[in-house]
Design a protein around this ligand. Structure first.
Ligand code: FES
Length: 151
């Protein structure tokens, strides 16, 4: 882990304990998850008990303590997507990727998560891969979406 990067983030917030959530958000953005060693460093540098850092990191669903794939796949299960078959789309992704929702593939290429409304309900059902939104996804389109990101 690049400890200098963590120090840079802490400096940005002047190592202010009240900015702990913002600090964790920046760290997650940098590493796409919250590595344990980094949380230990944050705890030490902010002089906050590790248990408090961990409880925040586990309380908010936006944070992950497990490494995510190079291509994070988010299948929206919000109401508009749900009524248009998003659950079946999620199950198809699980079969195609060989992982369950919440897991990362062994080669670290893909992670799969179910999320709530991503704000593109008109395109339901929606799947987001990284920053890219794919709308009107059906089970038959799933393999094609995955293929686009495979090396
Ligand atoms: S419910 Fe899926 S984008 Fe809004």
């Amino acid at each position: 882990m690049n400890q200098g990067k963590v120090t840079e983030i802490l400096t940005k917030y002047q190592a202010d304990e009240s900015a702990l959530i913002a600090i964790l958000q920046d760290i997650q953005e940098e590493y796409s998850y919250l590595p344990k060693s980094v949380l230990v460093q944050v705890s030490k540098e902010l002089n906050v008990p590790l248990s408090r850092v961990l409880s925040l990191a586990t309380f908010f669903k936006a944070f992950s303590l497990k490494p995510k794939g190079k291509h994070p796949v988010h299948v929206c299960l919000g109401t508009a997507c749900h009524v248009r078959g998003a659950q079946r789309v999620l199950e198809k992704f699980e079969r195609e990727l060989g992982i369950k929702s919440g897991e990362t593939s062994a080669d670290q290429e893909f992670s799969l998560d179910a999320v709530r409304c991503v704000g593109c309900c008109g395109l339901a059902p929606v799947v987001q891969v990284g920053e890219e939104v794919h709308g009107k996804i059906t089970q038959t389109k799933v393999a094609g979406v995955i293929k686009k990101y495979k090396q």
